[in-house]
Ligand binder design. Structure first.
Ligand code: CA
Ligand code: CA
Length: 170
């Protein structure tokens, strides 16, 4: 009788131990749940290629180089950012043009965005070249969430613009 009692007690201890250990393995406090990315932030804009002549073959400004500024906007103009500075009288030797430390523009995934290059002429500016991209094109596949996005577009058959965006995903 005493032997049976001892065996039962040991079995009970063993089962209790098993119960505890299986409970412990269910929770791992160090495990992080992956955060879902929902927006893209543009931190830097680099223009690596642009046309120094308009579609008629004329210079953007008669006596000196174009005064280049950038604007980023969505299709409805609801979210837009104008570059903080103008690169004045740009010559080909000054390429590429860089806009750094811009107020980051946070864009939702669902939209299409335009990056416009303007020759600032005061009240009216010449649109030198727009490029555009769709954010959701960069959120899937093997190269999802890249740190740089490069877009090239040729408008009016002669004006080729290439823009590189340094981005972070949040
Ligand atoms: Ca001009
Ligand atoms: Ca100028």
């Amino acid at each position: 009788m005493k032997k049976l009692f001892t065996q039962s007690f040991i079995t009970l201890l063993f089962l209790t131990f098993l119960g505890c250990s299986s409970e412990d393995s269910e929770k791992n406090p160090d495990e992080e749940t992956p955060t879902l990315k929902t927006s893209i932030k543009i931190n830097k804009v680099t223009v690596t290629q642009m046309s120094f002549k308009d579609s008629y073959g004329a210079a953007w400004d008669e006596t000196n180089g174009p005064d280049v500024e950038i604007r980023i906007r969505d299709a409805y103009d609801l979210k837009s950012l104008k570059g903080p500075s103008v690169h004045n009288d740009v010559s080909p030797a000054q390429m590429p043009l860089v806009w750094e430390n811009i107020t980051p523009l946070v864009l939702p995934f669902s939209s299409m965005f335009f990056v416009e290059l303007m020759d600032n002429d005061g009240l009216y500016s010449d649109l030198m070249g727009p490029v555009y991209f769709v954010v959701s094109d960069y959120t899937s596949g093997p190269n999802a969430y890249p740190t740089t996005i490069t877009v090239t577009r040729t408008t009016l058959s002669t004006l080729t613009t290439t823009v590189k965006l340094d981005v972070t995903w949040e």
